[in-house]
Design a protein around this ligand. Structure first.
Ligand code: C2E
Ligand code: CA
Ligand code: CA
Length: 859
């Protein structure tokens, strides 16, 4: 009986593990999860796009409200509703890891578009990995079950439907970016559109090929294909691709981007795109339902088969029981003892072999019982090994005799295999975290870890390790001309070539973008590394074929040897990077070793620091003044003080070559304070010369100075010393200085304003300020950067900035006016004041006085 029981039990367990019914359950679960993941991926893409759109228009200085007014699309509402949808789907998926990452994306007030894009993409990639794994599992399960062909078909349709949905969302976003961004981005986005069109067409073709004509997917595909919105949207996409290609063919780059004409058309296109996205999500759901239905059919078949198997087993059991009863009666007493032993065995209490005694039949039964005992014992040890996760345990390979032994062994193998797969999956995830998804090379983090290990190990003779930093030359050109897929081919090919040049003990990694690194370990000497670097350079430069085209890239390579016992892995990478920088400066496509000479460049920079300090002490600095003019009266209404450094011997150092450097230390605070003092003194001098209508003077203040506690005093003290009315002073700060708000910059500026000083934002349009932000900042004047006034194609944007600035009560000054045409254009767009070479170059104060006509008359 126990033997029979155990056999029956094992059979039932084994068959249940492998039954089609379980497969169907897996299919059902995976399919539902996949539909949700697709929804989440697409919704997340929507969220990212709208959020980036909001930040993007803010970045070029347009408030989202204005977009709503002009084209009727409320970016913020779209963003919020996309985010709400993401939340809803995430709640259904209910995965703490995803929730955590989402929460992190949300609380973040990051405004760097690229960084945000990268973070969203990281989560999207993770979702991709998961849904790919689900698809793989789904297809594997479908491939395992008998009659799984239909299931595989529906699963492939689901995969294709998911592709159409994400491709549609991607196209919607790229379309938007292409119409509202600069030429550079427009070109990139159109390349994406082209690529996504192919992805989309392939997926639709796959659905048409694989979907059964009576399936839900086929029906929904009909809806999609006859939808006017879908057609409108895809026509719009085709049109922007063709227009762009035409513009590029005619060399008319200026026509790209900022295509803000036909705004109503854009709005229509948006509505169509959104509806199209929804229809494609319905397509995914329909395809999911098809999968579930075909798996249901499998379940039904499996159920029928199970019922038949159970009936057979039942019959066999009854026969065995009857047979056993007959035997018991026949053999009686000896068998009774045997059965007592068997009971003990069943309860796990009996471990010793049964004494073989009694009639032949009983002895045979006892021997069988002993076999069963051995088998159960083995099963127990195998179960323990499995529970420990010890898949290599020798006991797992042991096989007991007989049919039961074979069944047990099979069950053990099945279990061990599935545990092994799980382990493999875990290993794969770990691999992905430390490796680059495209080239499968170790990423920056993994490289630094390896470098760290190598440096720790070779502590006694660290010159055993070297780093070769590789930056591709001409990669961007390939990307721009042939599109991102071509760029990917270049990166993959390059990584293969690098790998083929190094030894197995060396490590090739990708640091990101077109930057690679080779950690050479161990290394005999610099000559050896240099020879290797030359080989790498040669390999990189070999032609690469992409489709029918052949491209070539080059490389700038920098070598750093670990010869300084103090240097860390970061230091080594930085040194190698320094050498790359030099290789590029020397004309690219070469190898440069980081040596003391190169490091001395850094030292020379420190010398500049000393030179600036003595320039202040030795009075080598002076101020020039540039007029600011009211275009309507052509009267000078202000002056901007601009610093000049005349080095001994007469050379003039332009401010752009030392101010940015001084801004790296508190040196800039000294310079700024010197400027304020000098301006106040100059204004006092003008006054005593009889100028009775002093015009306000603008002073440039660096962001770093704003963060210093003494800033307000630094400005006010000279004004008080020379008796200058604070209303005659304008402080110019750049956008970034204000937005970082280090040390409460805004509050300090406000306190200056309270005393009458006015505040201007300098170089507006080049940073990240949005007009919406301006409302909350203490601003009186907005200076539109020169790059906008000289760019005709930006005129609608400039007009938008001027109008919105006026709405917010801010006065506008346009910088860099060089021609009468520009003066006329900016003035008619409403700019209050103008500044530029057209009205006057910066000049020494003695040349300025004649710009005060009233003062001259008074004399
Ligand atoms: P900025 O504040 O934007 O100053 C305007 C710059 O544009 C000046 O260059 C000016 O000479 C130049 N400019 C004015 N009109 C025209 C024009 O019509 N065409 C062209 N092409 N350029 C024009 P500069 O004097 O070389 O100053 C460069 C930058 O150095 C300034 O940019 C400012 O950021 C910084 N800087 C200058 N003086 C000081 C200073 O005293 N303190 C601080 N912290 N920074 C200063
Ligand atoms: Ca300025
Ligand atoms: Ca400026």
């Amino acid at each position: 009986m126990p033997l029979l029981g155990a056999g029956w039990f094992a059979f039932r367990e084994l068959s249940s593990v492998r039954s089609a019914r379980d497969s169907a359950a897996v299919v059902d679960r995976d399919t539902r999860a996949l539909v949700r993941y697709t929804d989440l991926q697409a919704s997340l893409l929507d969220e990212r796009n709208w959020r980036l759109a909001v930040l993007g228009v803010q970045e070029i200085g347009i408030s989202p409200d204005l977009i709503t007014k002009v084209i009727g699309i409320d970016l913020v509402i779209e963003w919020e509703s996309a985010a709400a949808r993401v939340d809803a789907v995430a709640a259904e998926i209910d995965d703490p890891a995803i929730d955590a990452e989402l929460a992190e994306l949300r609380v973040d007030d990051e405004t760097d578009l690229r960084l945000l894009g990268v973070r969203y993409r990281a989560l999207e990639d993770e979702l991709n990995v998961r849904s790919d794994a689900l698809f793989d599992e789904l297809l594997a399960v479908a491939g395992d079950v008998p009659d799984g062909a239909e299931l595989i078909g529906t699963a492939r349709v689901l995969e294709a439907a998911a592709a159409t949905r994400s491709s549609t969302a991607q196209q919607l976003s790229s379309y938007f970016s292409a119409r509202f961004s600069g030429a550079e981005t427009a070109r990139e986005e159109v390349a994406v559109l082209l690529q996504q069109q192919t992805v989309y067409d392939d997926a639709i073709e796959q659905i048409e090929r694989s979907a059964e004509s009576d399936s839900m997917a086929a029906e929904q595909l009909g809806v999609v294909e006859t939808s006017a919105d879908v057609t409108t949207f895809s026509d719009g996409v085709t049109q922007i691709i063709e227009t762009t290609q035409e513009l590029l063919a005619n060399g008319d780059e200026g026509g790209l981007g900022f295509v803000t004409q036909d705004l109503a058309g854009v709005a229509r296109q948006f509505e169509a795109g959104k509806i199209s996205s929804e229809l494609h999500l319905d397509l995914v759901t329909a395809a999911g339902n098809d999968v579930i239905i075909s798996s249901q059919a499998l379940t039904d078949r499996a159920d029928a088969a199970t019922r038949q198997a159970m009936a057979t087993i039942g019959f066999l059991t009854v026969v065995s029981v009857a047979f056993t009863i007959a035997l018991t009666r026949f053999i009686g007493q000896p068998l009774h003892r045997l059965s007592e032993t068997a009971k003990l065995l069943r309860d796990g209490a009996h471990r010793d072999a049964v004494v073989l005694a009694g009639p032949v039949e009983v002895r045979e039964a006892a021997s069988a019982l002993n076999d069963a005992s051995t088998q159960l014992h083995l099963a127990e040890r195998q179960a323990k090994a499995l529970a420990r996760g010890d898949l290599d345990a020798a006991v797992l390979a042991e096989t007991a005799s007989g049919g039961l032994g074979a069944s047990l062994q099979e069950a053990v193998q099945t279990l061990a295999a599935s545990m092994g797969e799980r382990e493999e999956f875990r290993r794969r995830l770990a691999h992905e975290a430390s490796h680059d998804g495209l080239t499968h090379l170790p990423n920056r983090k993994a490289c630094l870890e390896k470098l760290h290990e190598a440096l720790a190990r070779t502590d006694s003779s660290r010159s055993d390790v070297a780093v070769i930093f590789i930056d591709l030359d001409g990669f961007k050109v390939v990307n721009d001309q042939f599109g991102h897929p071509a760029g990917d081919v270049v990166l993959e090919t390059t990584s293969q070539r690098l790998l083929s040049c190094v030894r197995s003990s060396d490590l090739v990694g990708r640091l990101g973008g077109d930057e690679f690194v080779v950690i050479v370990d161990p290394v005999g000497g610099i000559d050896e590394v240099q020879a290797l670097a030359e080989r790498l350079l040669d390999a990189i430069g070999q032609p690469i074929s992409i489709g029918k085209a052949t491209v070539r890239v080059g490389g700038s390579l920098g070598i750093a040897m670990a010869d300084d016992p103090e240097a860390s892995g970061d230091d080594l990478l930085r040194d190698a990077d320094l050498a790359v920088y030099r290789a590029k400066a020397n004309g690219r496509n070469q190898v440069v070793v980081c040596d003391d000479e190169l490091r001395s460049v850094v030292v020379r920079q420190n010398e500049l620091d000393v030179a600036i300090r003595s320039a202040i002490a030795d009075d080598e600095l002076s101020l020039y003044y540039q007029p600011i003019v009211d275009p309507l009266t052509e009267q000078q209404v202000g002056l901007e003080a601009l610093i000049r450094w005349f080095r001994p011997g007469g050379d003039m150092m332009p401010p752009d070559s030392f101010i940015p450097f001084a801004e790296r230390s508190d040196l800039i605070v000294e310079i700024d304070s010197w400027v304020v003092d000098r301006v106040a003194r100059q204004m006092a001098a003008w006054r005593s010369e009889g100028v009775d209508h002093l015009v306000p003077v603008s002073i440039n203040i660096s962001g770093r100075h704003l963060s210093v506690d003494a800033f307000v005093d630094d400005v006010m003290a000279p004004l008080e010393r020379y008796g200058i009315d604070p209303a005659l002073i304008v402080i110019e700060v750049t956008e970034s200085a204000l937005l970082d708000d280090l040390g409460g910059a805004a509050a300090k500026l406000q306190s200056l304003r309270d005393r009458g000083v006015r505040i201007a934002i300098d170089d507006f349009g080049t940073g990240y300020t949005s007009l919406a932000h301006l409302k909350t900042l203490p601003i009186d004047i907005l200076k539109i950067d020169q790059s906008f006034t000289s760019d005709d194609s930006a005129s609608s944007l400039v007009k938008l900035i001027i109008d919105t600035g006026h709405l917010l009560g801010v006065s506008i000054t346009a910088e860099g006016i060089e021609t009468a045409d520009q003066a006329h254009a900016l003035s008619s767009m409403g700019s209050d004041d103008l500044q530029g070479y057209y009205y006057g170059r910066p000049c020494p104060p003695e040349d300025i006085t004649h710009h005060f006509p009233s003062a001259l008359e008074d004399r």
